[in-house]
Design a protein around this ligand. Structure first.
Ligand SMILES: CC(C)(COP(=O)(O)OP(=O)(O)OC[C@H]1O[C@@H](n2cnc3c(N)ncnc32)[C@H](O)[C@@H]1OP(=O)(O)O)[C@@H](O)C(=O)NCCC(=O)NCCS
Length: 192
């Protein structure tokens, strides 16, 4: 499979109550995209399990620079989850190549507190996984979450990412000790 085929292309995915839009400087969230990222980074649950590194507007703009570059190179499919009614930010779901040639991709997500509790992360992860398989020939999609992040474990299962095992001391959040992770995955041929 060629790199050309394994390219994530800027897309908009409609979930009904939410719309997934590419992260980047062209994303025009109400109140400002950079400020929305600063607010998201300040949420303690996001900071605990998925620190964003966007504590201030300059860092948020650098984040958007990286998103634009990754989209342009087809390396990452990084989507803002936005509310279909008012366009405000709900969260994030992103798929990126771990091994592009091999079709091995990894997914991650977070939601703002106001968007939690209605199954949105599982629906967004399912939609982006399917998009990755159907438009970029992803072969295997992995999801790793810290042991103890039980909400993310449930989201993984609900999105069809089966538990495959526990990785020991596999990941370190900035400034913290290594922690174990659950590895979940789904294959392109798994039923949706
Ligand atoms: C993980 C996260 C995206 C889930 O948000 P969500 O989509 O609103 O989750 P839901 O409320 O729909 O819950 C999904 C499932 O997890 C369960 N759940 C949610 N939080 C939980 C918790 N703290 N402990 C145990 N189960 C939990 C729900 O009961 C639900 O179970 P069900 O499938 O049996 O109904 C959200 O909590 C979040 O953004 N966390 C911070 C960032 C993060 O952890 N990202 C993932 C990094 S790997």
């Amino acid at each position: 499979m060629s790199t050309e085929q394994r390219t994530f292309r800027r897309s908009v995915l409609d979930l009904g109550d939410a719309v997934l839009r590419p992260w980047g400087h062209a994303l025009d969230l109400p109140g400002g995209t950079a400020l929305a990222l600063v607010a998201a980074a300040a949420d303690p649950v996001i900071d605990r399990w998925n620190p964003l590194g966007t504590a201030d507007p300059a860092a948020a703009r650098a984040y958007l620079d990286r998103c634009d570059a990754a989209w342009t190179e087809g390396r990452t499919g990084a989507f803002a989850i936005t509310d279909a009614a008012d366009g405000t930010l709900c969260g994030n779901v992103a798929l990126y190549w771990r091994d592009r040639e091999d079709g091995l991709a990894m997914i991650g997500y977070w939601l703002l507190p106001t968007a939690r509790g209605r199954g949105l992360a599982a629906r967004a992860a399912t939609a982006v996984a399917r998009w990755g398989v159907e438009t970029a020939a992803a072969r295997r999609l992995e999801l790793a979450h810290a042991v103890g992040n039980d909400g993310s474990c449930r989201v993984a299962e609900r999105a069809g990412f089966r538990y495959e095992g526990t990785l020991r001391a596999s990941f370190r959040y900035p400034g913290r000790d290594y922690n174990d992770e659950h590895l979940h995955a789904r294959l392109a041929g798994d039923a949706w």
